[in-house]
Design a protein around this ligand. Structure first.
Ligand code: KG4
Ligand code: ZN
Length: 340
């Protein structure tokens, strides 16, 4: 019988202080997420220095709570994993230093994990990944199409040339007057509206899998500005639905083209925006017609959490991809260049 691999994982790349214990890459023994959203709301976005301070306040308690929920002692663990980047450097360093201290104190290997790899591996918490696969990662900081021929092999097919899709959601929401983070609010409001504005669909040049959402965002903002100048009342639910339809059309068309071009066994959609109801149902509809196996994490594993870091770390553990105690946080790490 092979021994269980039980990994304590820590994620602090942005505004969630998260810790989890995952057995063998898919069995969640405990999962704790402390969100800072309420604190950042008043600023309309994440303030990096405020995020770091909140991580410092919460990290010890979050780790203790995670251990208590799983009813485990440090001696029961196999390794400690932590998000190395990309993310806010001050925020990352809080998680990294906690992970280093835990690993040193309990003589456990330290596993550095790429945040986007974590989002992709959130799907493994529900079902095995089936290679080759295409993954669409849509979050507050990323919009990427990635091809994986096997575990830990990442080829970037396309990425955003400007704003990430979650970032556009948050900016448009702010202009409409919705709270931060705007994605879930636009998603909810859009269900009450119609696509009456017909905003542009930025498909870019044929054959490109890159994305660009800043023009769409500007188009929404300019339209609202014009209405305001002419003192015409705008139906915000229609604006939300029109914006969302444009985003969903572009994301699904490009992704389905990418899938058709590389004969894959699975399509994965991950990251905070994968929680979007309009996006989920459009992908379900298209994959059903084309008979493609679709995997999207449960809502709570779409947004930042540490269980996804533990799921990815399981494969890194098997490859003995360990870090020394001089591990540093990095605000950018090319997922193709990580030496797995
Ligand atoms: O993955 P995540 O938690 O953090 C990053 O790694 O960036 O993603 C956060 C982003 C935010 O921009 C938020 O507005 C967006 O995900 N988001 C949504 C929805 N839920 C969260 N966007 C659209 N629809 C949603 N339901
Ligand atoms: Zn994320």
């Amino acid at each position: 019988m092979t021994e269980d691999v039980i990994i304590l994982s820590i994620e602090t790349s942005c505004d969630e202080t998260a810790c989890s214990i995952v057995r063998n890459g898919n069995d969640i023994l405990s999962n704790v997420v402390i969100s800072q959203i309420e604190s950042h709301k008043r600023f309309g976005g994440v303030v990096p220095e405020v995020a770091s301070r909140h991580h410092v306040e919460s990290i010890t308690m979050v780790i203790e709570e995670t251990m208590a929920q799983a009813d485990l002692k440090p001696a029961d663990l196999t390794a400690v994993a932590v998000t190395e980047g990309p993310g806010l450097i001050g925020a990352l360093l809080v998680g990294i230093n906690a992970a280093k201290a835990f690993s040193f104190a309990h003589d456990l290997p330290l596993i550095p994990v790429h945040h986007i790899a974590g989002h992709i591996y959130a799907n493994q918490l529900e079902e095995e990944l089936k290679f080759p696969l295409v993954a669409l990662i849509v979050s507050g900081g990323h919009t990427e199409l990635i091809y994986m021929k096997d575990h830990l092999s990442f080829e970037v097919m396309g990425e955003t040339r400007d704003d990430a899709v979650g970032e556009s959601y948050d900016k448009v929401a702010r202009v409409i007057g919705l709270p931060y983070p705007g994605g879930p609010y636009i998603d909810r409001l859009s269900s009450e509206g119609e696509d009456t504005f017909n905003f542009p669909r930025p498909y870019l040049e044929p054959g490109s899998y890159d994305f660009s959402f800043s023009g769409l965002k500007s188009s929404v903002i300019n339209t609202l500005h014009n209405y305001k100048q002419k003192d015409i009342e705008v139906n915000t639910a229609d604006v939300a639905q029109s914006f969302q339809q444009s985003v969903v059309d572009v994301l699904t068309k490009k992704t389905m083209d990418a899938v058709a071009g590389c004969d894959v066994n699975q399509l994965i959609v991950a990251g905070g925006v994968a929680a979007n109801k309009g996006l989920r149902s459009k992908f379900e509809e298209l994959c059903d017609v084309k008979n493609i196996q679709l995997s999207i994490p449960a809502l709570k594993y779409c947004t930042d959490n540490a269980a996804m870091i533990g799921a990815a770390a399981y494969h890194l553990y098997k490859k003995k991809h360990f870090a020394a105690l001089d591990l540093n946080g990095r605000n950018y790490i090319d997922i193709e260049e990580i030496a797995y």
